[in-house]
Design a protein around this ligand. Structure first.
Ligand SMILES: O=C(O)CCC(=O)C(=O)O
Length: 267
C-alpha cells in the first residue's frame, strides 16, 4: 500500500470513524482461514454463546493465534497494520483475534462502542482500533457490520438503543477498520447463508489487551513468531518503559537474547 492510500484511510478513520480497504488479502488466504475455522468449529464443537451480545445464532472462536498458521498471517498484514499504526501508534498491541460467523436467522447485535467499558471521558484519543476481515461477502442482508458514521466523536451509545446505521457492505477479501469509539454492531442475517468475518482487534500499547495474549498463547509457539508479531502479542515494551521486566523486554526473556534499551538508559 502506498503512503497516500494509507494516509487517506487514516484520515477516513479519524473523520468518519471507519474505512474499508478493498482487496486487502487474497483468495488463497481466504480459503486457508475459512478451512481452518471450519475445522476448529467441528473439532471443538463450538456453539453459539446464547447471550444478547455474542448472539444466539452466531459462532465465535476466540484466541485464534493459539492455533498458529494461518491465523499468524493476520495481525501484521501489510495492508491493514500500517493504517492501525497511524490511528494508534507503532506501539499498538493485538487486543484479540477471533472469528464471528453470523448464521441465517440471527438478529442484529446491540449497538455499542468497543471502548465502552473504559472509564475515560469522551471524546478521547484513539485507544482501540479494530478490523473485520470479510471471509465472505458482507451485505446489508447477510449481517454486514452496522455503523453510525462519525459517532466516535460522541460519548458512548446507550447499549442496545435504536440508532440510524449504515451497513459496511464489502466484498470477500476486504477489511473494515474502525476507531474503537465508533458506534456499531453485527447486523441481522436475513439470508440462507453464513456471513463469516475475522475480528482482528488492536489496542494502544499502554492499556490492557482484551484477551490475555501472554497466558493465552503457549510461549513455545510465540517463540516461533516473527519479531513484529511477538511485539504485537505483547512481548515488546511501550516507549521503552511499559511492560519491562527488571529492565529487560519480555521478548529478551522469551528468546534468551536480543536488544532492548530502557527509557531510563537514554538519559
Ligand atoms: O460481527 C460484526 O460485524 C461486529 C461484531 C462486534 O462488533 C462485536 O462483537 O463487538
Amino acid at each position: 500500500m502506498d503512503q497516500k492510500t494509507r494516509d487517506d484511510h487514516i484520515e477516513l478513520v479519524k473523520r468518519e470513524g471507519f474505512t474499508i480497504v478493498e482487496n486487502a488479502f487474497d483468495a488463497k488466504l481466504t480459503d486457508a482461514l475459512n478451512e481452518s475455522l471450519t475445522r476448529l468449529e467441528r473439532e471443538m464443537n463450538v456453539k453459539p454463546a446464547m447471550n444478547g451480545f455474542e448472539g444466539r445464532k452466531t459462532v465465535r472462536i476466540y484466541n485464534l493465534l493459539a492455533y498458529g498458521a494461518p491465523f499468524t498471517l493476520v495481525p501484521a498484514d501489510e495492508n491493514v497494520l500500517p493504517i492501525v499504526e497511524g490511528v494508534l501508534d507503532q506501539g499498538c498491541l493485538i487486543s484479540s483475534l477471533s472469528s464471528i460467523a453470523i448464521d441465517p436467522g440471527e438478529t442484529a447485535q446491540p449497538i455499542h462502542s468497543d471502548d465502552q467499558v473504559i472509564p475515560l471521558d469522551k471524546p478521547h484519543r484513539s485507544i482501540i482500533c479494530n478490523s473485520m476481515w470479510a471471509l465472505t461477502d458482507f451485505t446489508d442482508a447477510n449481517g454486514a457490520t452496522r455503523l453510525v458514521p462519525r459517532s466516535h466523536k460522541k460519548s458512548s451509545p446507550e447499549y442496545g438503543g435504536q440508532y440510524d446505521t449504515i451497513p459496511a457492505e464489502m466484498k470477500q477479501g476486504s477489511v473494515l477498520i474502525w476507531d474503537g469509539s465508533l458506534w456499531h454492531g453485527g447486523g441481522a442475517n436475513r439470508t440462507d447463508r453464513r456471513r463469516t468475518g475475522i475480528a482482528m482487534n488492536y489496542c494502544a500499547g499502554f492499556i490492557r489487551q482484551q484477551e490475555n495474549q501472554q497466558l493465552g498463547i503457549a510461549p513455545e509457539l510465540v517463540k516461533s513468531f516473527p519479531p513484529r508479531l511477538q511485539e504485537l502479542v505483547g512481548y515488546g515494551v511501550y516507549q521503552g518503559l511499559i511492560g519491562h521486566i527488571d529492565k529487560k523486554s519480555p521478548a529478551q526473556l522469551l528468546n534468551g537474547g536480543g536488544e532492548f534499551e530502557s527509557i531510563w538508559n537514554r538519559t
